[in-house]
Design a protein around this ligand. Structure first.
Ligand SMILES: Cc1cc2nc3c(=O)[nH]c(=O)nc-3n(C[C@H](O)[C@H](O)[C@H](O)COP(=O)(O)O)c2cc1C
Length: 189
């Protein structure tokens, strides 16, 4: 896509769960709606995706780690962030303040700076039954993060059934919520 200067920038942070292999669906929808999209996988998510295809689609490097000093390819500043699919691991680490990879470090800085952030988990019901998850979701919501978890949003699936949920993963809900949050943030400036 051309004319990136006039489009708001959306960071899509991708964790290592099944829907990561279809993140180009979110990229395409977001671009159709006028966003300049940067894909930022967790280091564990890199193997789930075709980084070259995503770089081609977005025109930005698919960056899963901090840039080395002097390395080219900086990303533009984000106006909104979507974390999808969000794993059990990343949600709990983020809520605890752990920033031991590039996307977690971005979240730790950008959320307090007021960048509207939306989370669409992909977690099975066994993982979801661990008490830390509900604490993490509640802590992230208290920070102003929009976590799409619950009836009408993402609901955990039985273990072993994730593969059959990939085609119905509601990327559009994350995009709708990011647009809403971006509009709200813009109207307050
Ligand atoms: C094929 C595969 C599918 C996975 N699916 C999920 C999943 O749906 N949800 C989840 O929370 N973790 C899932 N995991 C486990 C995560 O990949 C693992 O916890 C990893 O440490 C997450 O790293 P990240 O949060 O840094 O991306 C899956 C792992 C593999 C290998």
């Amino acid at each position: 896509m051309s004319d990136t200067a006039s489009r708001p920038v959306l960071y899509v942070i991708v964790c290592a769960a099944g829907p990561a292999s279809h993140v180009e669906r979110l990229v395409a929808q977001a671009q159709e709606r006028g966003w300049d999209v940067c894909v930022i996988p967790s280091p564990n998510a890199v193997d789930f995706m075709d980084a070259a295809e995503l770089e081609n689609l977005t025109g930005h490097p698919v960056r899963s780690r901090h840039r080395k000093p002097g390395e080219a390819g900086s990303l533009p500043k984000a106006q909104a962030i979507i974390v999808a699919p969000a794993t059990y691991n990343t949600l709990n680490k983020w809520a605890l303040g752990i920033a031991d990879n590039y996307p977690l470090g971005l979240l730790a800085e950008l959320v307090p700076l007021g960048v509207p952030t939306v989370v669409l988990p992909f977690i099975n019901s066994a993982l979801a039954a661990n008490p830390p998850l509900s604490r993490s979701i509640s802590d992230l919501r208290a920070m102003g993060v929009r976590v799409l978890y619950g009836p009408g949003e993402f609901e955990p699936h039985p273990p072993g059934t994730g593969g059959s949920r990939l085609d119905s993963y509601p990327w559009n809900l994350a995009l709708d919520a990011a647009e809403q949050a971006h509009r709200n943030a813009s109207s307050m400036r």
